[in-house]
Design a protein around this ligand. Structure first.
Ligand code: B16
Ligand code: MG
Length: 218
């Protein structure tokens, strides 16, 4: 396959916001007397805010109305946004900037495909707001990962066919979404153990992309 574009997931690939998500959900769960730990938090990777809340509420027998659920999700997001104020360019994960620069230099388009409705805020915080050729996020889609919608939208914005795109993901839901979009996928971090991914690696590096895309990065 000739790769014409690379679509990067945001949380867990470009920047690590998982701990902030955890702290914000933990605050809500504790206030509601619901058990929540870091293992349950792992199941929320790549999953939308409301679906994340539904997973958390599995630990309680209390029935919440839609209005109450909206209120919990709102409170979680307000706290999460406060925590995001701490983010800056130093939080961009290791290896990312070198790879992004080299992809651009090699005329490979780069995009973001994220379930997060806070994508713009996060990109602004880390100074990459105007950096990508295309951004598709949680505000623009009806179906979140594992549905392929966000990646198909990113490809459309770039004007690149899905089969010419490579996705970089840290979530199992995101790996499934990329496969459903008929894209190749590199599983990193948490998803480096997912055997459905075409490529797997703990961390992102120049060497890795050199191998996958056969680019001479020298
Ligand atoms: P928000 P990604 C996802 O982002 C996160 O991994 C997931 O934990 C979160 O619930 C989801 O965004 C929604 O985020 O509440 O900010 O809209 O990994 O797809 O970039
Ligand atoms: Mg992610």
């Amino acid at each position: 396959m000739t790769t014409e574009a690379v679509i990067f997931d945001l949380d867990g690939v470009i920047v690590s916001t998982d701990n902030y998500h955890y702290l914000a959900w933990k605050k809500i769960a504790d206030a509601e007397g619901i058990y929540f730990d870091r293992e349950i938090n792992e199941a929320l990777r790549g999953v939308s805010r409301m679906e994340s809340l539904d997973i958390i509420l599995r630990k309680t027998s209390k029935i919440y109305t839609d209005e109450q659920k909206q209120e919990l999700a709102y409170r979680k997001n307000e706290y999460y946004k406060t925590l995001l104020q701490n983010l800056n360019s130093e939080d961009i994960l290791t290896g990312i900037m070198t790879v992004l620069e080299k992809l651009k230099k090699n005329q490979i388009k780069i995009a973001i495909g994220s379930s997060s409705k806070n994508t713009s805020l996060i990109l602004r915080q880390i100074g990459l707001h105007n950096y990508f050729h295309g951004i598709a996020d949680g505000n623009e889609i009806k179906n979140s990962k594992p549905h392929p919608e966000v990646f198909l939208l990113a490809a459309k914005k770039l004007g690149v066919k899905p089969e010419k795109c490579l996705v970089v993901e840290d979530a199992d839901a995101g790996i499934d979404a990329a496969i459903a979009a008929r894209m190749e996928v590199l599983g990193v971090g948490y998803a480096s153990k997912n055997i459905k991914a075409h490529y797997r690696a703990e961390d992102i590096s120049e060497k890795l992309f050199d191998k996958i895309l056969s680019i001479d990065f020298s």
